[in-house]
Design a protein around this ligand. Structure first.
Ligand SMILES: *[C@@H]1O[C@H](CO)[C@@H](O)[C@H](O)[C@H]1NC(C)=O
Ligand SMILES: *[C@@H]1O[C@H](CO)[C@@H](O)[C@H](O)[C@H]1NC(C)=O
Length: 530
């Protein structure tokens, strides 16, 4: 054993000619100062996500070396001070360095091509100047590229476009030119704009007045493939698009391709109104349940209104044809179809102190009454929810008196088994619906202690009702609970960063689930992450 470690190290050094520079506290700063643009990974050798990233990171480093963009890594188990200095709280943490003072978090996916694309954009000015000799190369420099054509003295268009580019530079490549002949050959009038893409029809010409809002929404709509694929990498984009999403579930790539072809005319017809995407029903079949489809019965089709989280599953006994789905989508767009509501049965009797809310009694118990309603959205598998449960019971019991129960309801809803109108980013989520102000619920973000929750109900409820807490025992627990709350919140932030702003995301499990989804495609928990 004694000799195996150095041997092992030697072996590794000989076999890998890595393009990733491993740095230490002595070498890190000089390196970052010498290189204009550096992506740094702060990792721990035992961390599973780091191991999954490693080959992707290597590949990206090799590609980016040619562009003078350096990829480095720091082992935080050995360089604790360095990692602390840069505020590393989880592994891996990726940061973009432009010198030692200008540091920003890496905002892309942890895949080689995503890293290359993100860092390439970072290396360019927000808007690249394009000429007749560079335009062809620039058009294909990324999946989505926007080129503006305006006159040299058109300062207003230049400023507008530059502002858009500054805001969206992490997402797309931006170029601009004053060459009128080039504009003419592209079929645009100045000021004009063309979005070039490596899919679908290859390009879209912008035809609205040249304003920031118009250009931004054009970029959003045109950059989404006519029929794309829903997966961990793309899900948040679809959710953020603000447009209903039509899912085509199928188990094999061949079947997805066939169905995509069949429904493409519909995607074209409803472009900008409904997004269409296929989804791998083998890997993400659980997600069908979130759309109120029967899991396992594929192929299947459903539309989701992403803004209200309403679901419109298509009858799974019927075939998916352009004609029938066409009618379904038409009816959906015309507002003729009612959303499907998933609900547990209304409990015959409320057993414990915590009121059980389901979709079918949600309006009655949460909204249409004069009480301050504290509602916990939980998932049966969520560890933080289980930890909270006894305290939540304790809390509810304090409001059970005849007097207080007229003013305050402490309630919970299993948000995996019931459709709720609220956007839930992690479990548990706790919201207070104050009497008279039910349309503006207050999110609870404090520590999950009985005392703090009582205070919250008192301060933010309309009735200012205060329960008396049974003092001693709670104080002890308080010391580690704030930690727990903190940890949970952090995870939710991480989840968001992982591009899984999910209605069903597990606060604690989701990060793991993303990786599982990406790497193994196993189906447990994947709906959590989607
Ligand atoms: C836009 O304005 C900037 C700053 O004045 C200038 O450097 C750039 O060349 C202009 N771009 C085009 C395409 O005219
Ligand atoms: C009441 O709600 C506000 C707004 O969310 C929050 O800042 C405040 O901390 C809440 N009060 C308590 C005691 O939690």
């Amino acid at each position: 054993m004694r000799y195996s470690i150095p041997l092992c190290g030697l072996f590794a050094a000989v076999t890998f000619a890595s393009d990733v520079h491993q740095l230490t506290k002595d070498t890190f700063k000089p390196f970052v100062e010498e290189n204009d643009l550096v992506l740094a990974e702060f990792f721990a050798p035992w961390c599973g996500h780091c191991k999954a990233l490693a080959p992707e990171y290597e590949t990206a480093a090799t590609t980016l070396k040619e562009k003078d963009i350096a990829l480095v890594k720091v082992d935080c188990t050995e360089e604790q001070d360095l990692c602390q200095e840069y505020g590393v709280e989880g592994y891996p943490t990726l940061k973009v360095f432009r010198g030692t003072d200008n540091i920003s978090p890496y905002g892309g996916q942890r895949k080689a091509d995503a890293i290359v694309s993100y860092m390439t954009k970072q290396s360019l000015p927000a808007v690249s100047l394009i000429t007749a000799s560079t335009v062809e190369e620039f058009k294909t420099a990324d999946k989505v590229v926007l080129v503006a054509y305006f006159a040299a003295d058109d300062k207003a268009s230049n400023e507008t476009f530059t502002a858009v580019a500054n805001g969206l530079r992490d997402s797309y490549l931006f170029g601009a030119t004053n060459d009128a002949a080039l504009a003419a050959s592209e079929g645009v009038e100045m000021p004009g704009l063309v979005l070039y893409k490596s899919f679908d029809e290859g390009k879209d010409i912008f035809s609205e007045p040249f304003t920031k809002e118009n250009i931004e929404s054009f970029a959003k709509v045109s950059s989404i493939p006519l029929i794309g694929e829903v997966g961990p990498e793309t899900y948040s984009g679809y959710m953020a698009a603000g447009i209903p999403l039509a899912y085509i579930f199928a188990e094999t790539p061949e079947e997805r391709e066939t169905l995509a072809k069949e429904l493409k005319p519909l995607a074209q017809k409803h472009k900008g109104v409904v997004n269409f995407a296929t989804i791998d029903a083998k890997a993400f079949g659980q997600h069908a349940g979130n759309l109120n489809l029967e899991i396992g019965k594929f192929p299947a089709f459903a539309i989701q209104r992403t803004d209200k989280n309403q679901k419109y599953p298509y009858d799974q006994t019927k075939a998916i044809t352009e004609k029938d789905i066409g009618t379904f989508v038409e009816d959906f767009v015309a507002g003729k179809i009612e959303p499907s509501i998933k609900s547990e049965p209304i409990p015959e009797k409320q057993e414990g102190p915590v009121t059980v809310v389901v979709a079918k009694n949600y309006d009655e118990l949460v909204l249409n009454n004069d009480k301050d309603v504290l509602l916990e959205f939980y998932a049966p598998w969520c560890g933080h929810c289980k930890a909270l449960a006894p305290k939540y019971e304790e809390l509810a019991a304090l409001y059970a008196s005849e007097e207080l129960s007229k003013l305050v309801t402490v309630a919970k809803v299993d948000a995996t088994a019931n459709d709720v109108p609220d956007e839930i980013q992690g479990f548990p989520t706790i919201k207070l619906f104050p009497a008279g102000k039910k349309d503006s619920p207050v999110d609870y973000s404090g520590s999950r202690t009985v005392e703090d929750l009582i205070q919250f109900i008192k301060e933010n409820g309309s009735h200012k009702a205060e329960a008396a807490v049974a003092a001693p025992a709670a104080a002890e627990e308080e010391s580690d609970l704030p930690h727990q709350a903190e940890a949970a919140t952090e995870k939710v932030a991480e989840v968001a960063e992982e591009a899984t702003k999910s209605a069903k995301s597990a606060a604690s499990e989701a990060t793991e689930a993303v990786k599982t989804a990406v790497n193994a495609g196993t189906d447990d928990d994947i709906h959590d992450e989607l």
